[in-house]
Design a protein around this ligand. Sequence first.
Ligand SMILES: [Zn+2]
Length: 406
Amino acid sequence: MHKSQRLRDLLPLLACPECQEPGGLSIETVSAQQAEEWQTVLREQARPEQQIICGSCHRAYPVTIDGIPVLWSHMLEQTFDHLEEDVNGVNPSEQDVKAANIQVYDQISDAYDSEGVHADAVTRSRLVSAFVEATNTRQGTHLDVGCGAGNVLQFFSDVLEGPKIGMDVSLSGLRAVRRKGFHAVLGDAEKLPFPNSSLGLVTASSVLHHLFLPDRLMQQAHRTLSTGGVFLTDFDPNARAAEWGWLALQLYALRRPVYHLLSLGRRRVFHGTEQVQVWNAVAEFHNKPGEGFDIGNLRSALVRAGFELHRVFPHNCHDSSVSSGSFVQPSPRHLLVQALSGRNPFHRDNSDTLLTASVKPVKVHNDEISPSGRRQVQELFAESHSGLQESSKPHQPQGGHVIRAA
Ligand SMILES: [Zn+2]
């Protein structure tokens, strides 16, 4: 498809990320001076020829020479503008976290794609099953936030009919997405460039823990999804497994030289140079010992954002509710850390990462959650401590989900 044709198809689906007025974007020719500024900020080989103008707030956005719209938030634009500055690795700010994500994924997205991180058949089957169980709808626009090279868009290409859009902060990742035939837009996960109630599916695989305030993406997903739309998150670290024992923490202190030396498996792409290691540690903002997502808190954050929670499930054990077959194998690092912390790495409570599936419910009253949403909250408070939503035991009929205190 020709680049301008592709942009014309994509533009009606987008909105200004700052004012979010629908249908107000138009394409214009850009002045030479502005083009030069944007070329520098985006670190591009060629000057943009076109820009997108918001009809409501009159903000201008660049379009790359190959037709990728750059619908960045104010903060993301500023982050690009200050990308040469050092990232604070000790006490990173919101902007540091954004900058680290841009830097690290610009550096490694090609390797990330070819090594197929999080792209195996089991991951695909779990994610697609979670969607199919959450809704009967098979039509709608799919937005994959933090799309990398577009693996998740591919997962859903046979499942959901409609436009498929990858969004990321890395232009090199977005170019890979376009080579696969999908739409691509550069944007901020905390300020989605889409109109209200316009999307059918929002996926965010290995994204929440890269955000300074993950709740913002949940709120934005809720805003942009239409009623009945599905929000899927995957591969976010489980806080319980992140409570490392003393021995595991000793190992963590040595991780960078060890990874570097041993080039441990697929994670070596994140440990190519010392600089990439620092960026990656900041980019993995909520993925470190003592951090991660408490299952109970994650559930209530999604409900607070307005979702009905369909399911949370772990990635290290057989879970017949989503896939009767194989499960996502715990990483060697997870096995080692859990063993060193005196925990069974295969127990569901100690899972490495979590997948969530949520549905945007019909709005009942203004600012009120639906009866089933309220029920979810009540169930949360009824638990003595955070537990896992578990499937019915094998061979029992489907639909018998119970909340089990861990
Ligand atoms: Zn605007």
